[in-house]
Design a protein around this ligand. Structure first.
Ligand SMILES: [Zn+2]
Length: 309
């Protein structure tokens, strides 16, 4: 379970991600990450930003997402001490779930220590499109469009892209033998999610994708979520996929009903809680329901970028 202080730090990361720019923190405190093994050498690493997934088995190290530039050194130190590798490359395979800065910000440092790296083609395109003026983002060397797979240390690691959802470049990562899936930000575990319309998000397909993932895996599958409520954590079963689907469906239906009643977007955005999902909104969580209502309103009314994938 996340402490309140850690929750606030992670929450701060989300807010920064929503601006698409890397954050600048006022303090330069020493960071201490938390490494947790789930099973068969696959687990989570939490510091700030989106949850990092990892596999460490038979000397092979796979890392999923990289959080921030400010946390990259601590991340590398954490894995160095666990991997007991003294020579480069430290990481055999680096994967990005999507382009947001709280998941790719540490790429520059970690890519330097990686043998191979992969992300969805949309992730790389969006990293370039949202980079600050003149900046060259550190992107994965390999890309895929629908599916990608590799075998490493008696593990089959499969990446899938099921169409635009949280962004136009999402990947889910399946560790087949461990039966663990990293969902990236397809699941915000019971907190208000970021819906990145300008980054290609499509809630209608996000809902379908969560159902597809639910059917693709089984009751024994463990899921690593991009973010989570401190009372519910960043891991769970496939029931968490349907919980997220139910939230997105409720937002979609709420906006549809308000529009049918002639309520303006501005008046809609005054709502602070979604009926039945009050727990998702919190003064400690920087993303307000209004962000979701506006995103879904834009999707329903066709006010979205011409190219979303
Ligand atoms: Zn994200």
């Amino acid at each position: 379970m996340l402490s309140r202080r850690r929750f606030l730090r992670i929450a701060g990361g989300i807010l920064a991600a929503s601006t698409v720019k890397y954050p600048s923190f006022a303090t330069d405190r020493t960071l201490s990450g938390t490494i947790t093994e789930l099973r068969r050498g696959v687990g989570t690493y939490v510091d700030r930003g989106g949850t990092i997934g990892w596999m460490l088995r038979d000397g092979a190290l796979v890392v999923v997402d990289t959080q921030y530039p400010q946390t990259a050194d601590a991340t590398m130190s954490a894995f160095e001490s666990h991997a007991e590798k003294s020579s480069t490359p430290l990481i055999d395979l680096l994967i990005n779930t999507h382009h947001h800065g709280d998941h790719t910000g540490g790429n520059a440092k970690l890519l330097d220590r990686s043998d191979r790296s992969v992300a969805h083609a949309g992730c790389v395109r969006l990293q370039r499109a949202t980079a600050e003026d003149g900046a060259t983002p550190a992107t994965a060397a390999m890309t895929f469009d629908e599916a990608w797979s590799t075998d490493l240390a008696d593990e089959t690691i499969s990446l899938n892209h099921d169409g635009p959802a949280h962004t136009g470049g999402d990947a889910t990562i399946f560790f087949e033998e461990a039966n663990i899936v990293h969902t990236g930000d397809l699941v915000f575990n019971r907190v208000v999610p970021f819906i990145d319309v300008d980054g290609g998000a499509l809630v209608e397909n996000w809902i379908k994708t969560l159902e597809t993932l639910h059917d693709r895996y089984d009751d024994d599958t463990l899921f690593i979520f991009g973010h989570g409520h401190p009372d519910h954590g960043i891991t769970g079963s496939r029931a968490g996929l349907l919980q997220m689907r139910d939230y997105l469906s409720a937002v979609d239906e709420f906006v549809r009903a308000k529009r049918a009643d002639g309520v303006t977007l501005e008046d809609m955005k005054k709502e602070t809680d979604l009926p039945g999902f009050e727990e998702y909104s919190s003064e400690e969580w920087p993303l307000p329901l209004a962000q979701n209502l506006e995103a879904v309103y834009r999707e329903q009314t066709g006010d979205t970028p011409a190219t979303t994938s």
